[in-house]
Structures are given as structure tokens and as C-alpha cells.
Design a protein around this ligand. Structure first.
Ligand SMILES: C[S@@+](CC[C@H](N)C(=O)[O-])C[C@H]1O[C@@H](n2cnc3c(N)ncnc32)[C@H](O)[C@@H]1O
Length: 270
């Protein structure tokens, strides 16, 4: 419904348009719904007009049909990553053990647990702000740890993980400065920068994944279309059987690396 030109909402739309917000009307409505007072509204509009991501201003992001808390300084879960969650849900066996590595806000693991029959959910991230946020989003659905990749996970998970979600940073270092300011300025560099070709963190995750996966368990990672072939080789080199899944609609590329069904089964050949 169009906004009446003399309504308070129209003033917000105008302020957001002047600040370059493409979806000014939709955003203005969300800010009006969220603000509890006129003072709060003007502070929200001011922060959005100054370039903070909408999700950081609102304090939540819509992901996979649910709202998840996203604090300032925490990576905003992207719409395209819903494809990774959907593929993970399709793969997850009954009573599955799920790990959400590099979990950020924890939205992926929490969304997967909400739509699948996860028996256990474990999530971890190296950034304290992300860990605090993930603890709120995951609540009593699972456990959230702080530390480098697999290091903080309980050793009892080794060889038991059915679904390993790892939406790691994958922007090549030289491309970080080309990202929109909302990401470059307001999301932590550790959430974006994946090293020279963008796949450094993925290489580390893939190398350790076989030790944590259950027989037949799968690692799911996201990459850019450009990184697809190298990422396939990364998974293969780690001894996982790689598959590429693409969503044209969400402009998403997901790689699935599956562990052998039994320890005696031959690892995939190169
Ligand atoms: C691209 S963000 C993705 C966050 C979340 N998975 C999502 O999709 O919304 C990458 C996340 O990896 C975390 N991270 C980067 N390096 C890490 C490491 N060595 N160990 C654990 N977490 C790491 C960052 O803090 C960030 O939250």
C-alpha cells in the first residue's frame, strides 16, 4: 500500500530515500513497527540513514521463515544461505547430530534444528559477539562454544556428526574492499576475509571434517560460482566425496562433501 505523503511514515521514507535506501518504503514500515517511541524511531532512522545494515538497526534478521537476533558487529545471515539449510534438511537423517561451525548469529543451526529432527545441535564461532548472539538464538536447542573452528567442540563428537554446516568466510582478501559498505564497514573482517583465493578457512575445515563426520555424514559449505571448481578439489583432497548444488533463484552455490559410509569403504578416488 502506498505511503500517504503527509503521514509520519512518509517522512521516514523520504529520509531513507535521501540516504540511498533502495527499499525505503518497506524499511520505513519495519522501523515504525519496531520503534516503541518517537525518540526511538528517530534514533533508528538516523542509524539506518548513516549506513548501518537494516538488520543491525532492527536487531533481527528474517532467515528461513524465522526472526533471529543479530547484534551489531555480527554477520547478517544472507537470504541465499537458506539454500544451504534447505539442502542440509534434506540430507539430515532422523535424530541427527548437527554442528554449525563458524555459526555467526547461529541462525543456520537454529533454522535447521527447527525443521529437522536434530537430536543434538552444537555451534561455535571465534568472535565473542557472535557467540553471545548465537546463544540467544539457539537457546536450549543446543550448545554454543567459543574458539577456533573445531577446537572448542567436545571430543565426544568425533566420528558422530551427521551434518556439518560451515558457512565460512569466503571472500578473497583483495575483494573485501569491493564489498558494499554495509558489509565492509559493519561486519567484522574475520567474518568476510577468506584469504588469497577466499578458500583458506574452507581448506582448514575440510581437512579436519573427516575426523568429526559420522560414516556417510556430510559437510556443507557455500562458495561463489567462481570458486566452485577449486572448492570441489578442496573437498576431494580431504577425502570427501564432493557434489555441487546450485540455486538459480537464490544465486547460491553449495558444496556437499560426504564421508565414506564405513571406515573400510574406499575413499573417493581423484
Ligand atoms: C560468513 S560468516 C557466516 C556466519 C553464519 N554461518 C551465517 O551464515 O550467518 C563467517 C563466520 O565465521 C566466523 N569465523 C571466522 N574464522 C573463524 C575461525 N577460525 N573459527 C571459528 N569461527 C570463525 C566469523 O566470526 C563469522 O561469524
Amino acid at each position: 500500500m502506498p505511503v500517504h505523503p503527509s503521514s509520519p511514515l512518509s517522512a521516514t521514507v523520504l529520509a531513507l530515500r535521501r540516504a540511498g535506501c533502495v527499499f525505503a518504503e518497506d524499511e520505513a514500515r519495519l522501523l515504525h513497527e519496531t520503534a516503541a517511541s518517537a525518540d526511538e524511531l528517530s534514533s533508528l532512522v538516523e542509524r539506518r540513514a548513516a549506513g548501518l545494515p537494516l538488520e543491525h538497526v532492527l536487531g533481527w534478521a528474517d532467515f528461513h521463515g524465522r526472526r533471529f537476533a543479530v547484534d551489531p558487529g555480527v554477520f547478517v545471515p544472507r537470504r541465499r544461505t537458506e539454500f544451504l539449510v534447505a539442502r542440509a534438511a534434506a540430507l539430515a537423517p532422523r535424530r541427527s547430530v548437527v554442528v554449525d561451525l563458524c555459526c555467526g548469529s547461529g541462525a543456520l543451526g537454529a533454522a535447521l534444528a527447527a525443521v529437522s529432527d536434530a537430536a543434538e545441535l552444537h555451534a561455535c564461532d571465534v568472535e565473542p559477539a557472535a557467540v553471545r548472539c548465537a546463544r540467544r538464538n539457539i537457546g536450549d536447542l543446543g550448545h554454543v562454544y567459543e574458539g577456533d573452528l573445531f577446537a572448542p567442540l567436545p571430543a565426544t563428537l568425533r566420528g558422530r556428526v551427521d551434518v556439518l554446516l560451515a558457512n565460512v568466510p569466503y571472500v578473497p582478501t583483495d575483494d573485501v574492499e569491493l564489498l558494499p559498505a554495509e558489509a565492509r564497514v559493519h561486519e567484522p573482517r574475520v567474518a568476510l576475509d577468506g584469504g588469497g583465493d577466499g578458500l583458506d578457512v574452507m581448506r582448514r575445515v575440510a581437512a579436519e571434517a573427516p575426523a568429526w563426520l559420522a560414516p556417510g555424514g556430510s559437510l556443507l559449505v557455500e562458495a561463489s560460482e567462481r570458486q566452485r571448481d577449486t572448492a570441489v578439489e578442496v573437498l576431494r583432497a580431504a577425502g570427501l566425496s564432493p557434489r555441487v548444488l546450485v540455486s538459480e533463484e537464490l544465486y547460491a552455490t553449495v558444496l556437499v562433501g560426504t564421508a565414506a559410509n564405513s571406515p573400510s569403504e574406499d575413499r573417493p578416488k581423484r
